[in-house]
Design a binder for this molecule. Structure first.
Ligand code: SAM
Length: 341
């Protein structure tokens, strides 16, 4: 989304409205309901208890955004909505993504005055819970969140499986592994491998159920806190995919759990930055920049890690050589080895 005209700037001044409309439509499941039903403005109003006078303005905004088409008063998802939304992830997953996005709206409330105050916006908005806290508190949330990530990560998992050269690797410890989707991507290409996911108790329960439903028999799930608990030793490979926190000390702890000659595989798209890197761009993109501002409003000390930060922390933990590769999807894969001897 780049500005070309003054009208684009004027549009942007109201873009919170477009954001609220699309998150609402995703939470309602509007696009899926419009596939199944021949609904006009008043049917939509009735289905979601919207005053009919408001329903048309709501639908026309989504139409203007290219997400809906109208034919004889009946609304249907556009081809673009089919490609970018319906065929990308499921209804529940989009619902979770919308709720997650909405959660951070209050961090931008009254930004004009709060941006200069050296306090966290959480002082005024204490209700905002991070996703890890929510995963700990609610199995229902853990289920929706974990399955959403499994859907999102499936193409990257396959890509990772094709990319890694795993001669001699038998065991993986998938730290914060969630559904186990990234392990699955590896095991599909390297059938000699078995994996153990370690994660929060709710997530392990959900992951186990998910693995059973998918027929994955080579992945086990054990509740452990990667930061505070002792970890199993003698691992061939420790997989760390899309885990926010890392440090020299955490990598040193992982190093102790590796066999000699074993490796850590760190994977992340760095909040969308990897996608732009894989397309030759040097800037990290809007998603990452918006995330940076949200986190800077919540925590003055927050620093969004770069690829170099991860590489440096691995080197400081005496893991070498460190090799990083950007895959076409934007997944940045960083491998770091525990030298024998
Ligand atoms: C963004 S998800 C990534 C899941 C998975 N690795 C993937 O790529 O699909 C981060 C995962 O880390 C887990 N996690 C967060 N803190 C943890 C901790 N202290 N110990 C174990 N797992 C943790 C979360 O429960 C969540 O499943």
């Amino acid at each position: 989304m780049r500005i070309e005209f003054t009208e684009d700037v004027l549009d942007l001044l109201r873009m919170n409205v477009a954001s609220a409309a699309i998150t609402t439509s995703l939470r309602q499941g509007l696009f899926w309901d419009l596939v199944d039903n021949e609904w006009d403005t008043s049917d939509v109003a009735k289905a979601y208890s919207i005053p009919v006078e408001r329903s048309r303005a709501y639908l026309m905004l989504l139409l203007e955004m290219g997400l809906l088409e109208e034919d004889g008063g009946v609304f249907k998802p556009s081809q673009r909505a089919a490609t970018c939304i319906l065929n990308a992830y499921g209804r529940d997953s989009w619902g979770v993504l919308a709720v997650e996005a909405e959660k951070y709206y209050p961090t931008m409330t009254d930004l004009n005055s709060r941006i200069s105050q050296r306090v966290s916006v959480l002082n005024a908005q204490p209700g905002i819970k991070g996703y890890v806290e929510e995963l700990q508190d609610s199995k229902e949330y853990a289920k929706k969140f974990t399955i959403m990530l499994a859907e999102m990560h499936a193409p990257m998992a396959r890509e990772l499986g094709h990319h890694l050269k795993l001669d001699g690797v038998q065991t993986i410890l998938d730290v914060g592994g969630g559904s186990g989707i990234m392990s699955w991507g590896i095991i599909e290409q390297h059938s000699q491998v078995t994996s153990t996911v370690i994660d929060l108790p709710n997530v392990c329960e959900v992951g186990r159920e998910y693995a059973t439903s998918m027929g994955w028999t080579s992945i086990a799930y054990h509740p452990l806190d990667i930061f505070n608990d002792d970890l199993p030793r003698e691992q061939d490979l420790i997989l760390m995919s899309d885990i926010g926190g890392f440090s020299r000390d955490l990598f040193a702890k992982f190093r102790d759990s590796l066999k000699e000659g074993g490796r850590i595989v760190h994977c992340s798209n760095f909040d969308g930055f990897g996608y732009w890197l894989s397309h030759g761009a040097e800037r990290p993109g809007l998603l990452r920049r918006m995330g940076d501002l949200i986190f800077a409003m919540m925590d003055l000390d927050h620093e969004t890690p770069s690829v170099d930060d991860v590489v440096t922390a691995l080197e400081q933990a005496a893991l070498a050589p460190v090799v990083s590769t950007v895959l076409p999807s934007g997944l940045v894969v960083i491998e770091a080895f525990k030298q024998a001897g």
